[in-house]
Design a protein around this ligand. Structure first.
Ligand code: C2E
Ligand code: MG
Ligand code: MG
Ligand code: MG
Length: 281
């Protein structure tokens, strides 16, 4: 019976499927249980300085915390298969707080291996509409004794555009705590530099679709180059995600990109691997 249910792919959301309301409710219930029973875990993906940075380029900047669901029967489930369902339910509030708490605790532990190493967490649109969120982030930082500047929150342009006025209020409150803010998947949304200039953000992450296309496509390369230049004009740090080859890394470094992330630098992995990676760098 279990196999049949799995074969039908009922309980795991696939953006391509038009899952029934019943399936969605089933999955939502399972996700609630997953959070209560500790079935989620964080994998950490390293980011390195491509230019500048303490200790010169090539040094570790920090990690991005990426959540996985260790499902008791179906094994490891990637975030694209369950985050979209969490995001449209109230579960997104306790879920994101759990991720923030775990990521902050982990970052505090990693200070013993590499002082100053940072941690980034992905935040959803609904978290930006929650007036309690900044205070709760502040609580997590105090509880684990982590300097706020070592925590980075990644938000997408579309998450901000869902309700720009309220999102801006939350972003200002988070910024006032001293945490760093970055725009994730930059280039896939509205991408107005004029608007970006009004946001209290520190960094911009160039979407991996641009980065992946850079080596072979000179137009992509020109786009990436101008994103980097405009960001620097606005005083923003630039992070390139999805670096898969030495060639792409060298191109980005040559363009003055500040920070790099991608499989070529390191895969998302459990905390123990992140510690090993830090010791090797
Ligand atoms: P993202 O925040 O843009 O994260 C980058 C994604 O690209 C990650 O996928 C990462 O594993 C993948 N990636 C990194 N380097 C490379 C590369 O060189 N090549 C390729 N092809 N991919 C690379 P992942 O872990 O499957 O996460 C997917 C998305 O799920 C994330 O995109 C983020 O939007 C969301 N997500 C993950 N964890 C959380 C979370 O705790 N909360 C929220 N709200 N969203 C999350
Ligand atoms: Mg991200
Ligand atoms: Mg991204
Ligand atoms: Mg993404």
């Amino acid at each position: 019976r279990r196999a049949k249910r799995d074969g039908l792919g009922i309980a795991v959301f696939n953006p391509q499927d038009r899952a029934s309301v019943h399936d969605r409710l089933l999955l939502r219930g399972e996700l609630r249980t997953a959070l209560a029973q500790g079935q989620f875990l964080l994998h950490l993906q390293p980011k390195i300085f491509l230019n500048g940075g303490p200790g010169g380029s090539g040094g570790p900047m920090g990690f991005e915390a990426l959540t996985r669901w260790a499902h008791p029967e179906r094994g490891m489930i990637p975030p694209d298969r369950f985050i979209p369902v969490i995001e449209v339910s109230d579960l997104i509030h306790p879920f994101t707080l759990w991720v923030v708490d775990q990521a902050v605790a982990c970052c505090a532990r990693l200070q013993a291996v590499h002082p100053g190493v940072g941690m980034a967490v992905n935040v959803s649109a609904r978290n930006l509409l929650d007036g309690h969120f900044p205070g709760q982030v502040g609580d997590a930082l105090r509880r684990h004794g982590l300097a706020p500047a070592l925590l980075e929150l990644e938000v997408t342009e579309s998450a901000i555009m869902a309700d720009p006025a309220r999102a801006l209020e939350t972003l200002h409150a988070l910024s006032a705590l001293g945490v760093r803010l970055s725009i994730d998947d930059f280039g896939t949304g509205y991408s107005s530099f004029a608007y970006l200039n009004r946001l209290p953000v520190n960094a911009l992450k160039i979407d991996q679709s641009f980065v992946a296309g850079m080596a072979a496509d000179t137009d992509m390369r020109a786009i990436v180059r101008s994103i980097i230049e405009m960001s620097h004009t606005l005083g923003l740090m630039v992070i390139a995600e999805g670096i898969e080859t030495q060639e792409t890394l060298d191109l980005l470094r040559g363009m003055g990109c500040d920070v790099g992330q991608g499989y070529f630098i390191g895969y998302p992995a459990p905390e123990s691997s992140a510690e090993d990676w830090l010791r090797d760098h």
